[in-house]
Design a protein around this ligand. Sequence first.
Ligand SMILES: NC(=O)c1ccc[n+]([C@@H]2O[C@H](COP(=O)([O-])OP(=O)(O)OC[C@H]3O[C@@H](n4cnc5c(N)ncnc54)[C@H](O)[C@@H]3O)[C@@H](O)[C@H]2O)c1
Length: 357
Amino acid sequence: MSDTLRVAIVGMGIGRVQARGFIQHARSEVAALCDLDRARMQAVADEYQITPAFFTDYRELCRSPEIDAIYIGTPNQFHVPVGLEAVRNGKHVLMTKPLADALEPARTMVAEAEAAGVVNMMSLTGRFNPNTQYLGQLIARGELGRVYYARSRSVRRSGIPSWSPGFVMAGGGAWRDMGVHMLDAAWWLMGRPTPVSVTGVSGAEFGPRGQGYWEYAAPSESIREAFAADDYAGGFVRFAGGAGLQIESFWASHQLDEAAIDLFGTEAGARLDPFSAREGIEAIRILRTVDGAPCDTSVRMPRGPDTWERIAAHFTACILDGVACAAPLRHGLIVQQMLEALLLSAAEGAEVRLAAL
Ligand SMILES: NC(=O)c1ccc[n+]([C@@H]2O[C@H](COP(=O)([O-])OP(=O)(O)OC[C@H]3O[C@@H](n4cnc5c(N)ncnc54)[C@H](O)[C@@H]3O)[C@@H](O)[C@H]2O)c1
């Protein structure tokens, strides 16, 4: 392989943003784009002033000898079909969240990616956010002591993303959209304990009524009629060793907008915004008792590589330098197991026990 990683981007929605990370990184280039919509590819090429090859068929892309690695940013139900085609052709894969739209395809994807021996990584913007990474370093150093409880939530007042049918169909939903971020980032900060059971509730209280859509927009009648996904989910994950995680994801609600993770440690607690990217704002607060008095610290992150650049840089280093992957698809599989268990628990009205994967 040459010194520069040749990356293809599939899906020009979030793929447009991830492409910037690879373009800005000195050791990678965006050599190809793939989408069903040629105009969307042209718009991305024009925006970044690049001249990649265009593909409308991901199978053809996966066979191209001019590509080393593929970022998959299609709607949820196409992550695994594209991912399998990529690893079967020996391509390294970087997949957006969630890994799949159900547990079985996620399991197949991990088995085949690992057997193929390619670098296989989740693109997780909650986990790779500079705020989350910084707090993760503090926790690894023992600053919070043992983290025995957490709560994590993404609450929107009017934020159902109607632009992608994949989001409002079964297989999408608030839980697999934002819930996956909040679950992954909190689970990672807690040290990735083994989940043993999940209980939860979910439903669609706004979407089918034509309410709660992104920025209070009125959806088309067809979107409203096609709405089959959850627009909220909430629940609790119990881990081996006794730790617990309370988690919520609302696309729409009569509540204030919020994205936050609270960690409860034996030596200190922390509150994190895992998505804010603005420098200088208080992104992390550490809460301690020192000499009998509350003594809190606020962290304002300085300017530095953003989330997308960090993901691109890490994926590139895994391939070119053999660095151990910090977010393998196997992590995405465990998160998918928790995701699907909550929806099953909601459907059955009972706690779901998890088997070791
Ligand atoms: N922070 C994040 O990591 C983040 C943010 C937003 C979305 N996402 C994920 O990205 C995925 C897509 O969401 P979006 O908002 O970009 O949707 P989108 O609808 O805006 O874009 C999806 C694109 O994929 C293309 N596409 C669909 N099927 C395809 C196929 N078979 N081959 C090639 N291209 C195909 C569509 O034409 C479209 O341009 C979802 O899984 C979502 O969860 C991740």
